[in-house]
Design a protein around this ligand. Sequence first.
Ligand code: GTP
Ligand code: MG
Length: 440
Amino acid sequence: MGQMQRSRNGRTAPNRVGTAPQQQARAKQRAYCIAALEDGDDLSELQELLRTAGVAVVGQAVQHRDRPHPNTYLGPGKLLEVKEAALAADANVVAVDDELSPRQERNLEKELGIPVVDRTTVILDIFAGHANTAEGKLQVELAQLEYNLARMRGLWTHLERLGGGIGTRGPGESQIETDRRLARDRISALKRRLEHVKGTRAVQRAERERAHLPQVALAGYTNAGKSTLLNALTGSEVGVRDRLFHTLDPTTRQLQIDGRPYLMTDTVGFIRKLPHQLVDAFGATLEETTRADLILHVLDASAPEEEGLAMLRSVEDTLEEIGAGERPRLLVLNKIDALDEAGRAALPHRHPRGIPVSAKTGEGLEALRDAIELAFARTLTSVELLLPYSEGGRLAELHEVAGDLHREDTAEGVRVVARLPAAVAERFARFAVDGRPLAS
Ligand SMILES: Nc1nc2c(ncn2[C@@H]2O[C@H](COP(=O)(O)OP(=O)(O)OP(=O)(O)O)[C@@H](O)[C@H]2O)c(=O)[nH]1
Ligand SMILES: [Mg+2]
C-alpha cells in the first residue's frame, strides 16, 4: 500500500517506490487525527481509513462545533492544543476528517507546522493503491488530478516527466501555470480514454441485455460484505478482505434461482463524504448499478444502530446522486452471525423490510433468493408457445432464460408453457398459441 507522501512543494502523492523495510519503518507516517464533529460522531472511520492507507494513528483531538472554522477548520484555542499534542506524540502528519478548502489547508499547515492531509486525500490514496485494472487506474488518476487542480496544487512527478523538458514551458508562464496547463491536458486525455472505455462497457452491456438475463447489482457501504455475498450466492471467489475499498472494479457473475439465471454485479463500495471527483470519475463503473433491474443494498447489520443508520443514509444518498434512486431495491441486513440475541430481535423493528442474512454462514440466503425471485416474478408474463421442430435453437434459448418450463411434444411442434421476462415474451410473441402472450 502506498504511503501518502509530501514532496518538497507540499503536494501529496502515493509512494509507489519500493523502500527497504527499515527505511519504510522510519518513513512510516504517524498521523494525529483531528475532527470538527457533531455530537455522536467519532473518529473511528477516519482511523480505519488511515489504517487501510498504511498510516499509524498516534493521537486524536475532537472539537464539537456546528461547522468547521472557515479559516482554520478548528478554533484557535483547540489548534494550540493540537499543535502541542501532535508534537508530544511525535506525529509527522495531521489527518483531518473532512475535505478542507485550500485556504483551510494552507492555514492549518502554517499554524501547526506539520503537513496536513484531509479525508478526501486519504480516500483518493486508498483508491490509487487498490486500482488494478486499466480502467480503475484511469478513473482514480482523473479524480486525483481534478482534486488537486481545483486546489491549485502542483502535479505528480510522472506528469512532470510526461510534459517536462526543454520547450514545454511557454514564454512567461510560471511553474504553477505550466502545471495547471499540463494537468488540464492530462485530464482531457484521461476523459477521452474513459469515454472509450464507457463505449466498450456499453457494448458489453448491450450483449448481456440481448441475453435478457435479469440484472442484479450489489450496492452498499464499503466493508458491508458485498463481495462475500456475491461469492456465497454465486459460488465464485471474488476477493474479500477486511479493509476499506477492497473492490473497485465491477465483477459480474451468474446466479441461479430455481433454475433461472440472473446476472449479479459487485462493485465499488460507498462511504460518507465520498469525494465527488470519485463519483464523477467512476461514472462508467457505476452505470452497472444505475442500469440494474434490481439493487441489493447490503448493510452491515452488526454495526451499532447510529452508525448503521448513518451508513444506510449515505448509501441511499449516493444512489440518489448517481441516478439510481428510483431503481427497485431490497435491503439486505448482513453479518447477523455477529449479533447476539437481543441484536437479532431488534432488527425487524429497525428495518421492517430488511432481509437478515449472513454471507459468512449462509444463514438467510434461501429467503434472500426467494425475495429476489419474487421481485422479478412481478415482471414475468405467462406464455403458451408452439415452437416448430425446425426452431430447435429457439427452444434452447427458452430453456436458458425461462428456468422451470413445462414442455410437451405434439405433432406440430413443441408446446411450451413458461413465465418469461416481458422483453423475452415479446420476442417469442409470433409463436404464441393464440398469437399473443397470455395475460399473467
Ligand atoms: N461476521 C461476518 N463477517 C462478514 C460477513 N460478510 C462479510 N464479512 C466480512 O466483512 C469484511 C468485508 O467483506 P467484503 O465482502 O470484502 O466487503 P465489501 O462490501 O465487498 O467491501 P468493499 O469491497 O471494500 O466495498 C470481510 O472481513 C468479510 O469476511 C458476514 O456475514 N458475517
Ligand atoms: Mg468488495
